[in-house]
Design a protein around this ligand. Sequence first.
Ligand code: DDH
Length: 290
Amino acid sequence: QAIKAATNFTPSKDDYQKVYNAIADILEDNDYDDGSYGPVFVRLAWHSSGTYDKNDGTGGSNYATMRFPSEAQHGANAGLDVARAKIEEVKEKFPWISYGDLWTLGGVCAIQEMAGPKIPWRPGRIDGFAKDATPDGRLPDATKVADHLRTIFYRMGFDDHAIVALSGAHALGRCHRDRSGFDGPWTFSPTTFTNDYFELLMNDKWTWRKWDGPKQLQDKTKTLMMLPSDFALVQDKEFKKWVKVYAEDSNKFFADFSKYFSELLELGVPRAQFVSSEPWIMKTTEEQSS
Ligand code: DDH
């Protein structure tokens, strides 16, 4: 086993729970403007996994290739240096964990601690080399619509249903002018995991914002935003079916999101590398305190 050979130590589930708890501990550190590192940790987990190409098996979270400048500098990854630098504090305490495991566990921890569903997760990713870094263009482009979303997500092995479910992560966080160029949050509670993204997409009136930035939509209050790629989910008939389901049924969204996000985090990881045959359910800090 790679982990064992490198450190002469086989971590147990309990050791990974300690890592989870250490991530939970820094989520709300006040050295960050957004109130929580949770959303940007979710984005780090997603961008480290969503590079997977099912056609040749490259990409995905296995080798944590965003550590290398060639991938860190992709436009889509702008701003994720903030997440990587912060979660490094946890790596220093638990040097035996691989970056792929750390970053994906960061996403799991963030979702669960922000009142989201449990995300089944298991360790086993190993650190790769610069030569494993993926080419630019594998992550979705926010200026594009349905066809593009299908090209990107089908390449990972996902279908229309999964595209819509996973997009619900935009209930969390916001766009930053100095990262993507876009501006603002999608929901009124960007540090709590909800189905509000779908409810707002379906029921709010969205108009193009008149400003000097990239094309984006705004709600009546002019505080919330949608990207062209978000709005595509209600412009396309197949996608819209699922938007409506999730707008009306939060439990269904939580269950489907959990399933697809868990799958996303395992893309490209050879099964034999996983330390257990089934994913684990990590405990929330709240469960451990009661
Ligand atoms: Fe996203 N996302 N995302 N996203 N995303 C941004 C922020 C966040 C797209 C573009 C952007 C997913 C899908 C898509 C999160 C999670 C997920 C930003 C703003 C852009 C742009 C970045 C910035 O300026 O800081 C596009 C396009 C797609 C798509 O077409 C499907 C998915 C699938 C996920 C997921 O996690 C499963 C999160 C969380 C954020 C908020 C980050 C933050 O710092 O806050």
